[in-house]
Design a protein around this ligand. Structure first.
Ligand SMILES: Nc1ncnc2c1ncn2[C@@H]1O[C@H](COP(=O)(O)OP(=O)(O)OP(=O)(O)O)[C@@H](O)[C@H]1O
Length: 346
């Protein structure tokens, strides 16, 4: 494994910012720590970078021990590249000199060549002579990425790298950054609170909650097979409706019986909350099961309808926007969950 955290913990006073974090990242893969503000993701990243010691556990990169209690390699000994939210470029030198900064071990000419290559890789081959203030936010962030990647670090850490950019640029740049990291086979760990960004950049995403990792998995799995109620709530949209286990894999709800495709571990009669995503609830005029539109949000290609069931429970449904229904109308629905996700009622 290229990066391996084992049971890492870091407290500030009595507050456990990171509490038993374990994860593994293979060479060339891009990981992401995702979670709400204060969940400990920045602290975890700072422990890996060497800006923060660990109180428990260990951090290894490429089989080298970077940190454990009483031992901490300095940030420069770790061979880690960093990209921060605010770019942190040197304002008084050109883009090319910014990128060349970390290459002091190379002799002059190769240093310049390498810096030029890196700028070309991030699509800024023509901008080497410009100063940071002559570049847009997105371009500055690409220079920062080139600077972090130029010394060929073992690992690159990206701390909310797109959060000061506007949304359109953020989307484009996250795809570009992923492409650059993949083309160089760089191992990287990103920290963000934005799941679209996490999904756009990372191969594997860890959802953190109060210092703990709730699930470390591919984006598809987080969405379709959330391991905890927190992950189910945090990732994507969806609502829970009440259900009861009526057989090994079957849940009875007011919208019908849902069958799980895995092996069930529930006891008959267990009360559960069943997760339904907006794309599980299909609008179907033929269906005899009706629900009342109580809210609608126009999304261009789709409407997101909030529907009220006879019991008063709410569902969300994503419907192509040529199905234009008014609030108060009753529409036919059919439930087709991709995966049945249920949690025992508390
Ligand atoms: N140096 C510090 N001293 C005391 N408490 C700290 C310190 N750094 C972080 N914390 C606390 O640890 C918790 C986790 O902080 P951290 O910055 O890791 O969270 P985060 O998930 O990155 O949040 P955000 O997205 O808001 O940056 C927070 O409650 C924070 O207040």
């Amino acid at each position: 494994m290229w990066l391996e955290l084992q049971d890492v913990a870091r407290s500030f006073g009595s507050h456990r910012a990171v509490d038993g974090l374990s994860l593994q990242l293979a060479r060339g893969s891009i990981g992401c720590l995702l979670g709400p503000s204060g969940c400990g993701k920045t602290t975890a990243l700072r422990c890996i970078a060497g800006f923060e010691p660990v109180d428990r556990g260990s951090i290894r990169a490429h089989d080298r021990l970077l940190a454990q209690p009483g031992l901490a390699l300095s940030p420069s000994e770790r061979q880690i590249g960093m990209v921060f939210q605010d770019y942190a470029l040197f304002p008084h030198v050109t883009a090319l000199e910014n990128v060349a900064f970390g290459l002091h071990r190379l002799p002059g000419p190769s240093r310049k060549r390498r810096a030029e290559e890196m700028l070309a890789t991030v699509g800024l081959g023509d901008s080497g002579a410009k100063y940071p203030h002559q570049l847009s936010g997105g371009q500055q962030q690409r220079v920062a990425l080139a600077r972090a990647l130029a010394p060929e670090p073992e690992l690159v850490l990206l701390d909310e790298p797109f959060s000061s950019l506007d949304i359109e640029l953020r989307e484009r740049l996250s795809a570009e950054v992923r492409a650059v990291l993949k083309s160089l086979n760089t191992t990287a760990l990103l920290v963000t609170h934005d799941q679209q960004e996490a999904f756009a950049v990372a191969d594997v995403v860890g959802v953190m909650n109060q210092g703990r990792l709730e699930q470390w998995d591919a984006p598809y799995e987080l969405y379709h097979r959330p391991a905890s109620r927190f992950v189910a709530d945090f990732i994507g949209q969806g609502v829970f409706i009440a259900g009861e286990i009526v057989g090994g894999n079957s849940v009875q709800t007011e919208v019908g019986v849902m069958h799980a495709n895995g092996s069930g571990t529930w006891e008959r009669g267990t009360a559960v909350d069943l997760l339904l995503r907006p794309d599980d609830v299909i609008h179907d005029d033929e269906s005899t099961f009706k629900a009342e539109v109580c809210q609608r949000a126009f999304r261009g290609a789709e409407f997101l309808y909030t529907l009220k069931l006879p019991s008063g429970a709410r569902l969300l449904s994503l419907v192509p926007s040529h199905h234009n229904h008014a609030v108060g109308e009753k529409i036919g629905i059919r439930i087709e969950p991709d995966h049945v996700v249920a949690f025992e009622k508390k």
